[in-house]
Write a protein that binds this ligand. Structure first.
Ligand code: GTP
Ligand code: MG
Length: 211
C-alpha cells in the first residue's frame, strides 16, 4: 500500500487509555526482541516510527499507530513482547492482563500477526496464543521474522521445519525480513483483505451507518 502518513497515536499502559475505536486495527504480537517494531517500520516504510531496541523487554506499553494511504485508514498496534527470562509472576500477569484486555474486546481488530523468529522453534507460548486467538474468532497470521539472518539452504530448511510446527495454518505463514523487505507484499495483501472484510461486515451490521 502507498503510505501518505504514519504517526504514533498514543501509548497505553492500561485499557482505560486505549483510543476510541476508529479505523481497522492490525495487532503485532510475539516474544520480546522477535522484531515487532522493526516489522511495523518496514511495512510503513518509516525507519523510526516504532522504537526498536537491543535491550528486550523494556516496553510494556501498547503503541497505536495511525496509517493513511490513498483513501485508506488503518491502525497498527504494537503489543508488548513476552518471554523475558527474568520476570516475576506478577509482571507476567500484568502483561497478560494488558494484552488480553486489548485482544478480547476491541471491535476494530481485524487481524493479529504473531511473529516467530526463524532461528527459534515454535514454543507453547506461540501455540497457546494461536489457539486462544482462534477460539475467539480473531483472524491470525504468522510472520516468520529475520529470514535474512540465515543462508539460503539453512533458511529453506528452517522454513520447512517451522511450517511443520505450525501445521494447520497453511498459507497464513509468511516468511519476512525487516532488513530485505521479504514478505511485505504478502503481508500487506493479507492485512488489506482482513481490513476490507472487517469494514464490510460492520456495514452489514449497521446498514444505517453506510453513507
Ligand atoms: P520488544 O519491543 O522489546 O518486544 O522487541 P521487538 O519485537 O519490537 O523487536 P525489535 O523490532 O526491537 O527488534 C529487535 C532486534 O532485532 C533489533 O536489534 C532489530 O534491529 C533486530 N531485527 C528485527 N527484525 C530484523 C530482521 O528482519 N533482520 C535482522 N537482521 N534483524 C532484525
Ligand atoms: Mg518493540
Amino acid at each position: 500500500m502507498k503510505i501518505d502518513t504514519a504517526e504514533l497515536l498514543t501509548s497505553c499502559a492500561q485499557s482505560v487509555d486505549f483510543p476510541d475505536p476508529g479505523a481497522p486495527e492490525v495487532a503485532f504480537l510475539g516474544r520480546s526482541n522477535v522484531g515487532k517494531s522493526s516489522l511495523i517500520n518496514r511495512l510503513v516504510r518509516r525507519k523510526k516510527l516504532a522504537r526498536t531496541s537491543s535491550t528486550p523487554g523494556k516496553t510494556r506499553l501498547i503503541h497505536f499507530f495511525a496509517i493513511t494511504g490513498g483513501s485508506r485508514e488503518l491502525r497498527m498496534v504494537d503489543l508488548p513482547g513476552y518471554g523475558w527470562a527474568k520476570v516475576s509472576r506478577r509482571e507476567r500477569g500484568g502483561w497478560q492482563q494488558l494484552v488480553e484486555s486489548y485482544l478480547q474486546k476491541r471491535p476494530p481488530l481485524c487481524a493479529a500477526i504473531l511473529l516467530q523468529d526463524v532461528r527459534r522453534d515454535v514454543s507453547d507460548d506461540e501455540t497457546l496464543l494461536l489457539d486462544w486467538l482462534a477460539e475467539r474468532g480473531i483472524f491470525s497470521l504468522v510472520a516468520i521474522t529475520k529470514t535474512d539472518k540465515l543462508k539460503p539452504m539453512r533458511r529453506a530448511k528452517r522454513l520447512r521445519e517451522l511450517r511443520g510446527q505450525l501445521e494447520g495454518l497453511g498459507d497464513r505463514v509468511v516468511a519476512t525480513s525487516a532488513q530485505t523487505g521479504e514478505g511485505m507484499d504478502a503481508l500487506w495483501r493479507a492485512i488489506l483483505a482482513a481490513a476490507d472484510e472487517r469494514e464490510s461486515s460492520s456495514l452489514r451490521k449497521s446498514p444505517g451507518s453506510a453513507k
